[in-house]
Design a protein around this ligand. Structure first.
Ligand SMILES: Nc1ncnc2c1ncn2[C@@H]1O[C@H](COP(=O)(O)OP(=O)(O)OP(=O)(O)O)[C@@H](O)[C@H]1O
Length: 449
């Protein structure tokens, strides 16, 4: 697919070699020398890719990236400079850059990026514009998140296994995708498996595949996810919930790159990179003997801990606006006013379900909103969170103490997706007391989450 490439170069001499390489491949190229003209060209030339030198005069790379993300036609921006610092790279990528190149530009590297960009576009199909948001961009500029971006930038190009930790809804899967996107494996598949979503006895077959007749129902050979990932990235979510037998097999892949399909003796090799995630206290599981310590050490070569949302209040406004913009692009109706009292209420909320919960609350409110302004009542947050009254709360007759207790426990469990440690903390009671309350109210017989 031919691209339309906008080069934003500091002076006329620099880009010529890259420019002629691009033209030789049949791409349309336009060269400008400052970022302000480049902004105009976003609309006039409608590039598919921009190669932006961040030292050119005019608006900052950051601002340019923001404008590009709102351009009428989807465009990827590659930022470049001589001797970039980790900060340059990370901040460009965090702000939505497709990649970062070092000067002097290698024409072959630019061509590879153009190819990758058009391949990803094709793969994304119609969803191309929104997929960049969904799969790539992490929103947040709190110190905790910047530290996360920094680690992503350092670890992405390596082969190391990565263990992602953090409460439910903190963005572990997004980070796994970002690691993949910024690695040399980006052209290969990213395959995500939620280890708790697959029945325990089928997890092995799901990952390693099986041969015909290896168990009831195995009517043909089946490729597992390891093979599907090829040389890409395999993201294993909820790794803390797997059985020791499964962990032993996983350990072998991590150590020797070897596995065999269920029911087969033939050894297969995997070159996929493993990124695993858990919201559990893995150390406690290791101590109890529920999680193999050798696998634990293998996985945590590099560990990234996602901070809970309540510890990065400064990100709440950014995230809320991000989700509002996304809701608007889906509903086609802009709800883009976030009054200070609504922002305050969002910032004061505890967010036991973290970013996912905020995402749901804001999206729901955007759908319910009648005008362009987000209304506090549409957020569905409990009034107790800010001490105010919320007519949006359910109006029910007085509850007995018992009913209130049950409702409270249930609500918190649902909001934490059944994460008891987190629920106990939100309720400010011990884990043991929570367990007793769960039994008392028969909540253990109920599916939460
Ligand atoms: N920093 C962020 N910027 C933008 N969106 C985010 C961010 N963090 C999380 N999200 C969004 O919140 C939702 C939950 O994120 P994600 O699935 O990555 O969390 P998780 O930690 O893997 O959750 P779980 O442990 O429950 O699987 C997703 O829709 C994701 O897009």
């Amino acid at each position: 697919m031919m691209g339309r490439i906008l080069m934003v170069e500091p002076d006329s001499g620099h880009g010529s070699e890259v420019e002629s390489a691009l033209r030789a491949r049949g791409h349309a190229v336009e060269v400008v020398h400052d970022a302000d003209t480049a902004v105009t060209a976003l609309h006039a030339f409608r590039p598919t890719m921009v190669v932006l030198d961040r030292t050119v005069p005019g608006v900052s790379a950051h601002t340019f990236l923001r404008m590009a993300s709102h351009a009428a036609s989807p465009v990827e921006v590659v930022v470049c400079s001589a001797a970039p610092s980790v900060h340059d790279v990370v901040s460009a990528i965090r702000n939505g850059a497709f990649d970062y190149l070092e000067r002097p530009l290698d024409p072959a590297a630019v061509l590879r990026l153009v190819d990758r960009c058009s391949r990803e576009r094709r793969a994304g199909g119609v969803a191309a514009a929104s997929s960049a948001e969904e799969s790539g961009s992490l929103v947040g500029s709190s110190p905790g998140m910047v530290e996360v971006y920094r680690t992503i930038a350092r670890v992405a190009p390596t082969e190391a296994a990565v263990l992602l930790r953090g409460e439910t809804g903190t963005g572990k899967e997004l980070v796994a995708r970002a690691i993949h996107r910024h690695s040399d494996r980006a052209e290969h598949p990213f395959v995500a498996v939620n280890c708790t979503a697959v029945p325990e006895n089928l997890l092995e077959s799901e990952l390693f595949g099986h041969v015909r007749g290896s168990f009831t129902g195995a009517t043909g050979d089946r490729r597992g996810r390891f093979e599907a990932a090829g040389r890409g990235t395999l993201f294993l979510d909820e790794i803390g919930d797997t059985t020791p037998a499964f962990q032993a097999k996983l350990l072998r892949v991590l150590q020797d790159g070897e596995f065999h399909p269920v029911g087969s003796d033939s050894v297969r090799t995997s070159r996929a990179r493993i990124v695993a995630a858990t919201h559990h206290d893995l150390e406690a599981r290791v101590r109890r003997g529920d999680f193999r310590h050798d696998l634990y050490y293998r996985l945590r070569v590099v560990e990234i801990t996602l901070p809970p949302l309540r510890d990065r209040v400064e990100d709440v406004g950014l995230l809320a606006r991000h989700f509002l913009a996304r809701a608007a692009s889906v509903t086609g109706r802009a709800v883009d006013r976030l009054p200070p009292e609504v922002l305050r209420r969002l910032e004061q909320h505890d967010w036991p379900g973290n970013v996912r919960e905020l995402e749901h609350a804001v999206t729901r409110a955007a759908v319910l909103a009648r005008g362009r302004t987000l209304h506090p009542d549409d957020l569905g947050l409990r009034a107790a969170d800010d001490g105010g009254e919320s007519p949006g709360d359910e109006v029910v007759g007085p509850l007995s103490m018992d009913e209130a207790e049950r409702a409270q426990v249930l609500q918190v469990l649902e909001r934490t997706g059944g994460n008891k440690r987190q629920a106990a903390r939100t309720l400010r009671i011990s884990r043991g007391r929570l367990d007793r309350l769960i039994r008392k109210h028969g909540l253990d017989r109920r599916e939460v989450g």
